[in-house]
Design a protein around this ligand. Structure first.
Ligand code: PLP
Length: 355
């Protein structure tokens, strides 16, 4: 098996992949594939119900929130959030912490006014701005909790006077959160939850239906809530594998237990980056991500050789995003700490060779 540090789609637990493979051939011994059964069958209804229940249990979702499994990726939510929450004469506040936040706010501009209340763009998004005021007259305030490309993460969430909307695509289920602090949370599945193809949305029901706008059914959250994520044929396989991954997470002890593992993995890697003279981190120390660890070679001429060494050691997916360069080790929930130690050993071997 390779050591998969890929950013997205990210690594899934090996046992989940095996169960999913079985389900593709013969789902629960019923003589049909998960890909063949009707989404209205009791078998799939049970899968969806369990997936929703696991999300509620793992994140302690309070009453008054709906859990949806939609399609179109997080990028579709960039538009659906303002479509559903931002009246044409209203204003939305955005914290600009990376390319994904920027894409989200650009979509919102198609629906109403957007105020970027703070941005780290001028510093290539190497830190999370903390000095800002959230306008009390905004319809909502949008954050990206983990910036997958740059390797920064909000380790504390602001207290918002207006509904807070969070893109949690790359750190959902990696640590406990207080859902009640948010009006809406969304996340593409393909990092910590399952395969690409479904997007989790957790929304506080009372913030919906206030824009006075007519919204096409597929893009209308209340329609999706009413249809229980089954207004049309849902992404059956992606929901099935997400459910299996959430089961795996629950069996491991849930988000509290995985947070400890994630911190141990990230801490070990950052210690090596800070110690090893051939590498250095690029982001502000306080804002370093526990999910995507970014770093560069102190001598950029070494980068190619280090990637070759990684290749030899079956370490895959560590090349940095094309807009940032260097390296990015994504250490999502399913990546075992043994893989992190293989990477650390490779960094040490590389330092020895290049003394
Ligand atoms: N938001 C964040 C934080 C991401 O990391 C990504 C993809 O990596 C996206 C949004 C876009 O997600 P999707 O490809 O599901 O539209």
């Amino acid at each position: 098996m390779k050591h998969n540090f890929g950013a997205g789609p990210g690594i899934l637990p090996h046992e989940v992949l095996k169960q999913a493979a079985e389900g593709v051939v013969d789902f629960n011994g019923i003589g049909l594939s998960i890909l063949e059964i009707s989404h209205r069958s009791p078998e799939f209804e049970a899968v969806l119900a369990e997936a929703v229940k696991l999300v509620k249990e793992l994140l302690n979702v309070p009453e008054g929130y709906s859990v949806l499994f939609l399609q179109g990726g997080a990028s579709t939510q960039f538009a659906l959030v303002p479509f559903n929450l931002l009246p044409q004469d209203g204003k939305a506040a955005y914290l600009e912490t990376g390319v994904w936040a920027n894409k989200a706010l650009k979509e919102a501009k198609n629906f109403g006014n957007v105020e970027i209340i703070a941005s780290s763009k001028a510093d290539n998004f190497t830190y999370i701005p903390k000095d800002y005021t959230i306008p009390a007259d905004a319809s909502y305030f949008h954050i990206t909790t983990n910036n997958t490309i740059y390797g920064t993460q909000l380790h504390e969430y602001p207290k918002s006077p207006v509904p807070m909307v969070a893109d949690m695509s790359s750190d959902i289920f990696s640590h406990p959160i207080n859902v009640a602090d948010f009006g809406l949370i969304y996340a593409g599945a393909q990092k910590n939850m399952g395969p690409a193809g479904t997007t989790l949305v957790i929304v506080k029901n009372e913030i919906l239906g206030k824009t006075g706008r007519t919204i096409p059914a597929m893009f209308d959250y209340p329609t999706q809530v009413e249809g229980g994520s089954m207004y049309n044929t849902p992404p059956v396989f992606a929901i099935y594998v997400s459910m299996l991954t959430l089961r795996w997470l629950k069996a491991k002890g849930g988000v509290e237990a995985i947070e400890k593992e994630n911190k141990a993995k990230a801490d070990a890697l950052y210690v090596e980056i800070d110690r090893n003279p051939l590498f250095k981190a690029v982001c502000a120390k306080d804002d370093r991500s526990y999910m995507n660890v970014t770093f560069v070679c102190t001598n950029p001429e070494h980068e190619k050789a280090f990637l070759e060494l990684c290749d030899e050691k079956d370490i895959v997916g560590v090349k940095g995003h094309r807009s940032v360069g260097g390296f990015r080790a994504s250490i999502y929930n399913a990546l075992p700490i043994t893989s992190v130690h293989v990477l650390i050993d490779a960094m040490q071997e590389f330092a020895e060779k290049n003394k």
